[in-house]
Design a protein around this ligand. Structure first.
Ligand SMILES: Nc1ncnc2c1ncn2[C@@H]1O[C@H](COP(=O)(O)OP(=O)(O)O)[C@@H](O)[C@H]1O
Ligand SMILES: [Mg+2]
Length: 225
């Protein structure tokens, strides 16, 4: 199967008056449809930089990034926003849910932004919540959910509208040990259903759930078994 995500020789540096930090050094990466890829590495190693580049939230200095046939490096800002709305869902350590909205309202938001009528968006959101194991919790507010449940809502929101790519940056960073394992297991099961997931984590336990593992050290990506 041809890769759904591919990067070639991606470089990204941050410059300050005193130094240049290479956050991505010649990164070559591939993820196939349905693959669970884990990228682990210490704090400051370049995980967030790489994920933000793949999501089109930041721009590389050089190299190529293809996501689902779109060249992220040459796409303009609105094309990159479109990519995130239609193809790629992103989740972070903080769930970034809207506190005043219920779980189902949060999950329905991206579809509503794409112009899906409210009722259909809500019905799809209910299906997505069931898919991440939150059946019956549609009308809870984020504060009425556990940390692990809130991250599940974030994943449901990231996948609405049949988006098949999940990019997760430290998704378990705010979770306890049991909830961490449950979240990795959920991502595993979503990949078994065809989702392609790239998970960046300093928690090495993500390796146990992934098909493919990379370590990132000072911006350099190294394949691991
Ligand atoms: N906006 C920025 N300006 C300057 N340096 C940055 C910026 N973002 C990240 N860095 C640096 O780039 C390196 C990689 O950071 P990051 O990708 O956030 O790593 P990680 O997510 O693995 O902790 C670190 O040395 C960090 O300090
Ligand atoms: Mg980070």
């Amino acid at each position: 199967m041809s890769p759904l995500i591919r990067t070639q020789k991606v470089r990204k540096a941050y410059h300050s008056e005193v130094e240049t930090v290479w956050a991505a050094r010649d990164v070559d990466f591939e993820a196939r449809p349905g693959e669970f890829v884990c990228i682990y590495g210490a704090s400051g190693s370049g995980k967030s930089t790489l994920l933000n580049l793949m999501a089109g939230l930041d721009l590389a200095d050089s190299g190529e990034i293809q996501v689902s046939g779109i060249d992220v490096t040459t796409a303009n800002e609105s094309q990159r926003a479109q990519l995130r709305l239609e193809t790629v869902g992103v989740v972070f350590q903080e769930h970034n849910l809207i506190e005043e909205f219920t779980a189902v309202e949060n999950v329905a938001l991206p579809s509503e932004a794409r112009g899906v009528p409210a009722e259909a968006a809500r019905s799809e959101a209910t299906d997505q919540l069931r898919r991440v194991g939150l059946e019956g919790l549609d009308n809870r507010l984020p504060r009425q959910l556990s940390g692990g449940q809130r991250q599940r809502v974030g994943i449901a929101r990231a996948l609405t509208g049949q988006r098949a790519v999940l990019l997760a940056d430290e998704p378990t960073g705010a979770l306890d040990s049991a909830a961490t394992q449950e979240l990795f297991a959920l991502i595993r099961s979503l990949c078994d259903q065809g989702v392609t997931a790239v998970v960046c984590s300093h928690d090495r336990r993500c390796r146990d759930y992934a098909d493919t593992r990379y370590e990132i050290i000072d911006g350099r990506l190294e394949a691991r078994s």
